[in-house]
Design a protein around this ligand. Sequence first.
Ligand SMILES: [Zn+2]
Length: 169
Amino acid sequence: METVICKTCLRMEVLCPHCEELLRSGNVSREYLAVARKLLDLEERGLSELSKVELRNVFVTDRMMILLLNPEGLQALRGRIRQIARVLEREFGRRIRMVGDYRDIRDFLEDLIYPAPVITVNTIWVPDGTQEIRLIVYASDLRRSGLSKEDVERIARVVKGVVVRVTTV
Ligand SMILES: [Zn+2]
């Protein structure tokens, strides 16, 4: 498994100066560190599918914890996702979702709000010359995904560096 934190630091209590700085600057959260440690532990106990996984980010919302993984890693975990999610749910007391860091914004948003179907995704130009992504989804569907509009907008902004506006109908 690949993480932003080095493997030695995942195994030790004390962090090296590099990883300590990542945490101190807020580039890496405490939750990310905790999830990375748990996943490495699972990999070393024999969950070898995790060797293809890159843990790119971890987001915490009111009810959930979202793990952002490389798409290839997510694919490699198929069949193990429920098992891993249950372990993490016991550990962190939240629903766990694993989402693929797809390059295409539409693919990414579809995975993020699963099982809510996307009605439309449009890129629009706002008067100041910047781009915005407009995502339209049924309110009742979005509720089933466990995410709020604000969660989706915040996560998409951090992951893709774009302004996303969610409209529910
Ligand atoms: Zn380190």
